[in-house]
Design a protein around this ligand. Structure first.
Ligand code: AMP
Length: 279
């Protein structure tokens, strides 16, 4: 497994693979790797000749300084995990060098840029779009893999690919969960053992919405979900929106693909999750 910090070097490696007719799968991460990330690596390996993983805690996508400073770093263990998975290249750029000379693009994401994560983390998706734009321009992978855990981010990436005409196929992968239902996340490392148990009620609540869909309106479900979560969490938002256009769903007939989204804080850790409400 090659480990590369330098953007030009990483580009040269990927370019030579592609010149030799090899397909390249790309998995961008911020490190503190877990099974959710490894599932993306495995999906890439199945469909491509070579797999590149990046580990880069992108400062531009953090709207709170403390969040960036507290973001877990387990680099040594991450590299070992990637080596064991048979990853071909790990790109670990330095933030200053990565953005040196880069003009940060400005985008109007429409409703996607005005709701849920975008509303609660101003500048977050602008930072995500900046880093992915630069990654794609540098590496031009054949395919890139993203988790549904960050469903709105996935929609932003698809939007970006269409906007910039990147010849990159975006592959969405299902959320990997602990046995309790808690979505795996690097941020879970900052929860206590008790906190991790309690956090499972996020998934229970999402599931409650899915199971109760035939009995209640979306608005009623949102209210009762927030009431349930309030007992344990500081709830930032809980919304049921259409999984394609992200419009709020007020009546079930309005959406063929209703999806519940939540952001909630526990022990000072911000957790997000989402679930399709279709059977
Ligand atoms: P992150 O390191 O949190 O920026 O995540 C890197 C990629 O892994 C993103 O595409 C995430 O959506 C994906 N990811 C993170 N956690 C999970 C999970 N539990 N299941 C599936 N994908 C995940």
């Amino acid at each position: 497994m090659e480990i590369e910090k330098n953007k030009a070097e990483a580009k040269a490696i990927v370019t030579s693979w592609k010149e030799n007719g090899l397909s390249v799968g790309f998995v961008p991460t911020m490190g503190a790797l877990h099974e959710g990330h490894l599932m993306l690596i495995r999906a890439s390996q199945k469909e491509n000749d070579k797999t590149v993983c990046s580990i880069f805690v992108n400062p531009l996508q953090f709207n709170r300084k403390e969040d960036l400073e507290n973001y877990p770093n387990t680099m040594e263990q991450d590299l070992e995990m990637l080596e064991n998975e048979g990853c071909d290249l790990v790109f670990v750029p330095n933030a200053v060098a990565f953005y040196d000379g880069v003009v940060i693009p400005t985008y109007d994401f429409g409703l996607l840029g005005k709701t849920m994560e975008a509303l609660h983390r101003p500048g977050h998706f602008e930072g995500v779009a900046a880093v992915i734009n630069e990654f794609f321009k540098t590496l031009l992978p054949t395919r890139a893999y993203f988790g549904e855990k960050d469903f709105q981010q996935l929609a932003i990436i698809k939007w970006l690919v269409a906007k910039e005409n990147f010849p990159v196929r975006i592959v969405a992968c299902k959320t990997v969960r602990a046995e309790s239902g808690l979505a795996l996340s690097s941020r879970n490392l900052r929860l206590s053992a008790d906190g991790r148990q309690l956090a499972a009620s996020i998934y229970e609540t999402l599931h409650y919405c899915k199971n109760s869909k035939s009995n209640y309106s979306p608005t009623t479900l949102v209210t009762s979900a927030i009431d349930k979560l309030k007992k344990t969490f500081d709830v930032e938002y809980f919304e049921i929106v259409d999984g394609e256009n992200f419009q709020q769903v007020e009546k079930w007939e309005e959406s063929a693909n209703p999806r519940a989204f939540v952001a909630a804080h526990l022990e000072g850790v911000r957790l997000i999750d989402n679930l399709s409400l279709n059977p």
